[in-house]
Design a protein around this ligand. Structure first.
Ligand SMILES: [Zn+2]
Ligand SMILES: [Zn+2]
Length: 392
């Protein structure tokens, strides 16, 4: 089965356009990465992707940046001048302009959470681009890379139910479609060169298919649907706004997988779900963001989230009690939590046998103050908690 969004549209070129267009390009597929679109067009002309980028953007630097995430408006105008392609069409292809279903854009920086870094500005190897070997095979003579393959909340293909790969299975280098190579002895580039590892030449379509568990498939379907439709069901919860869902699972994943306070909960869930994968959770740096985690750790983390969402918040609250995880360990004053997660912290988790500590009390007061938009003291907060518990 193939993504319904990848159907190519016919492009009608007006007579007045022909005079100014210097390079005639195929339009991007709806779910295609900007870098994949440029690479695919370059290969059709038989030239190197960076060369086509230089021609259409009139500089050599644009190709070096992360153009899947952000394209400066001046560059888009230049691109429009040289190719005649609608500026809005190209703009909407970038994550910056199309992330509202999974990230609240502040518009202060071009950064978009959940998009995995490619390491373009650092020399460190980054495994920020994944692929599904089945999708690439089914693309025939026009293989291309999907936007969802760069999103940290995807670990398997939602159409083929096979694991995604974030590196070449032969040489273990990151997937890099920006430095594609010609086949040995060939003078020109070929449209299918995009499906080969740029380091060792392995045909990525020949990667062994690895079937996924129903849990991994389940959470990937939820993430894919939420991120493409803007709403959806997740376990026993219904979300009208998918960004509230993504904000919540981001906080949960950060706590369970990335924070030192969440280690006991992680170990408990791993045992309960009988997850066998080997991980070096300890080797993670402090406050690492979920999109910077390796694919195996993300996979494990999401299976845990899927399990917790099935009867939210019951299993989560019980697991916190078993592992002595209290709400002040999870909540920090610097981060905002969507209501479905923070309500659980306040009305369920703090009830366990430990007394509420000062930080928790302060957090509860702050919480009510923000909600009521007025100052309150501790006794008033206690009454409010009681009232809320009774009405629940
Ligand atoms: Zn696929
Ligand atoms: Zn390779």
């Amino acid at each position: 089965m193939k993504s319904g969004t990848s159907i190519k549209k016919e492009r009608v070129i007006e007579a007045h356009e022909i005079k100014t267009i210097r390079y005639l390009l195929d339009l991007p597929f709806n779910d295609e990465l900007v870098s994949s679109w440029i690479a695919r067009n370059a290969l059709q002309y038989g030239i190197k992707p960076s060369q086509l980028s230089t021609l259409i953007f009139e500089d050599t630097d644009t190709w070096k940046g992360d153009i899947d995430v952000f394209l400066n408006p001046k560059k888009i105008t230049t691109l429009n001048k040289n190719t005649g392609i609608d500026e809005n069409k190209i703009q909407s292809q970038t994550f910056y302009a199309s992330c509202s279903y999974f990230y609240n854009q502040t518009e202060k920086t071009p950064q978009v959470k959940w998009v995995m870094p490619l390491g373009v500005r650092t020399r460190k190897k980054s495994f920020g681009l994944q692929y599904c070997p089945c999708c690439l095979s089914e693309d025939g003579n026009q293989p291309y890379f999907r936007k969802s393959w760069r999103l940290g909340f995807m670990t398997c293909c939602p159409f083929h139910s096979v694991q995604m790969h974030d590196r070449c299975p032969k040489c273990h280098n990151p997937i890099d479609i920006k430095r594609l190579q010609k086949h040995k002895g060939e003078i020109l580039y070929h449209p299918e060169d995009i499906a080969y590892c740029s380091k060792c030449g392995f045909d990525l379509r020949k990667t062994q298919y690895i079937d996924v568990s129903s849990e991994e498939y389940g959470i990937n379907r939820v993430n894919f649907i939420q991120s493409t439709t803007g709403y959806g069901k997740a376990g026993n919860l219904d979300f009208c706004y998918s960004n509230l869902y993504f904000e919540g699972i981001r906080r949960l994943l950060s706590f369970v997988v990335c924070s030192s306070n969440g280690k006991r909960l992680f170990v408990h869930l791993k045992r309960e779900l009988q997850l066998q994968q080997m991980h070096h959770r300890e080797a993670l740096g402090h406050n690492i963001e979920p999109e910077r985690l390796g694919i195996n750790l993300r996979r494990t983390g999401f299976i845990m989230i899927y399990h917790l969402l099935q009867d939210w918040p019951e299993t989560f609250v019980n697991s916190c009690k078993i592992t002595d995880t209290s709400s002040h360990m999870i909540k920090t004053p610097y981060l905002e939590f969507p209501f479905w997660v923070s309500d659980t912290f306040f009305f369920n988790i703090h009830e366990h046998r430990f007394l509420t500590c000062d930080t928790e009390k302060k957090n509860i007061i702050n919480y009510f103050q923000t909600r009521l938009k007025k100052k309150i003291n501790l006794n008033q907060a206690v009454r409010l908690v009681k009232n809320l518990r009774e009405t629940n």
